[in-house]
Design a protein around this ligand. Structure first.
Ligand code: SF4
Ligand code: ZN
Length: 479
């Protein structure tokens, strides 16, 4: 790219998919080994931004030891007649793709959770200062978002300074998240969409109504609206919500239409408030994963910061692979942290009454959202590290799912009486635990991943999980 002449590295979208493995890494900033890291964009008055300036507060690349993991705060000051506070989050979210445009750089995640790697190759080619990264960002931002008239970048690498900026950034994120809390989906005619992550997950579309923050957590309804207004050709766009098809699941005619168009026909329906049926897709940068636990018919939730295995034995990283990619996966949903504070939180699936396990790192961040009456009934890894201890905990504490769990625990009762359920001449290979399969009254009957549910007939619901059964004939007679 000619505008990057004189840079020690190349810059362009062609580098976006570049992965830097550990053995090719010169150093990294943030990531799982570093506690404090963040990126922040601030809208400033015009006269307080020195356009094109890049500052490094603390050691620069050449002063940092090869192979290390270091704290980093990136603060970008922007100004322009159209640059308003609402745009901060939108500009901030682009640090991710623009950094990935820089040869030899890999950027993951957002806000307080960033992870940047620099390759040995780029350093060998002469990349000796963070200044180049800052200069590349300024050029990329100003060409993609011409409403930014001035931009200045500061990289903080001094650990004490990073901590200071990190604390401030958390306050800014909190204030942004809080803004949308007073608004309900019913109050607006237009939702907004984002397709920024289609470069990684081509079928993925984020639908952002007021009550469902984007799964990356970085974009709420106000942010997406501001972006769509100022940059109509950009990745954010309005979604006229259209006719409400299902108020509980959160299905809208307008949303379905846009999802189908923008996913190029891959997905046709979105239920905004459910993890079952036609759930929202997940790209890869979700803050948390909600995962269905069939054994207790509830959900566990884990955030990216939790490195241990969750209660189902799988760590975040393993579940992320099956949750992401822009595919609709029932029972696995990527969500943003602010969604836990939504009045529509898993509304169609039983809401908070369906949550059984939250890792302690996430618990700390969303404690204010957990209903008081459930605080001693939802487990963390300190209460349950596997399904058996989870069941025990939920039953002992009287979780709303305890009755259901006890019912599911009692298949022997039903199994003991198969002859009564089926006519003797019909050799039924499986007993039908009618009680156990009955859904809870306050929630719809979900389908577990990989399970086959035969629609209810006469109050009886049959669910076959992980079974390979050949049945020639089933006869079920009334006693
Ligand atoms: Fe946009 Fe969604 Fe990606 Fe966030 S996760 S950047 S809202 S597409
Ligand atoms: Zn994404």
């Amino acid at each position: 790219m000619s505008s990057f002449e004189g840079f020690p590295m190349d810059v362009g979208p062609v580098y976006e998919g570049e992965r830097i493995r550990k053995e090719d890494m010169y150093i990294e900033f943030g990531g799982p080994k570093v506690d404090v890291k963040c990126e922040l964009v601030l809208a400033m008055p015009m006269d307080e931004v020195e356009d094109g300036k890049v500052e490094i507060v603390g050691p620069d690349l050449k002063d940092l030891k090869e192979g290390g993991s270091y704290p980093l705060a990136i603060v970008i000051y922007t100004a322009g007649t159209k640059v308003e506070k609402d745009l901060e989050a939108v500009i901030e979210r682009r640090i991710h793709d623009f950094t990935n445009y820089v040869e030899g750089f890999m950027h993951l995640n957002q806000r307080y959770d960033i992870w940047i790697r620099l390759s040995k190759k780029s350093v060998k080619k002469g990349l000796d200062s963070l200044k180049w990264w800052g200069l590349a960002l300024i050029r990329l931002f100003k060409s993609a978002m011409p409403f930014i008239e001035k931009m200045q970048v500061t990289f903080y690498t001094d650990p004490a300074k990073v901590k200071e900026v990190y604390e401030q950034a958390l306050e800014v994120y909190k204030a942004r998240d809080a803004r949308v809390r007073g608004l309900r989906d019913e109050d607006v005619d237009t939702f907004y969409g984002c397709v920024l992550c289609q470069s990684f997950a081509p079928q993925h579309v984020c639908v952002i109504p007021p009550n469902r923050v984007s799964l990356c957590g970085a974009m709420n309804w106000f942010d997406a609206r501001a972006a769509a207004n100022v940059d109509p050709k950009g990745p954010n766009f309005p979604i006229p919500k259209g006719k409400l098809i299902d108020p509980i699941k959160g299905e809208y005619e307008g949303v379905n239409k846009v999802v189908e168009e923008r996913s190029l026909g891959a997905n046709k329906r979105f239920f905004l408030y459910s993890a079952f049926g036609s759930p929202h897709t997940s790209c890869g940068c979700f803050e948390c994963i909600a995962f269905y636990i069939p054994e207790v018919d509830g959900f566990g939730v884990v955030d990216r910061g939790f490195k241990e295995p969750t209660v189902n034995g799988l760590p975040f990283s393993t579940m992320a692979a099956q949750t992401g990619g822009g595919i609709q996966t029932e029972g696995f949903l990527g969500v943003g942290m602010e969604y836990f504070r939504s009045p529509k939180f898993f509304q169609a699936d039983g809401g908070w009454g369906r949550i059984v396990w939250i890792c302690s790192t996430l618990w700390k961040r969303i404690e204010d959202a957990i209903p008081e009456e459930l605080k001693d009934k939802i487990a963390t890894e300190n209460d349950a590290r596997d399904i058996e201890s989870l069941k025990k905990f939920l039953v002992e504490r009287g979780h709303p799912l305890a009755v259901r769990i006890k019912e599911m625990e009692a298949p022997e009762v039903a199994a003991a009486a198969p002859a009564e359920a089926a006519a003797p001449e019909a050799a039924t290979p499986t007993a039908v635990p009618a009680q156990a399969a009955a859904p809870m009254p306050f929630m719809p009957a979900p389908t577990a991943p990989g399970a086959i549910t035969i629609p209810a007939v006469g109050g009886l619901r049959v669910e076959l999980k992980g079974a390979k059964i050949r049945i020639d004939k089933i006869v079920i007679k009334k006693q």
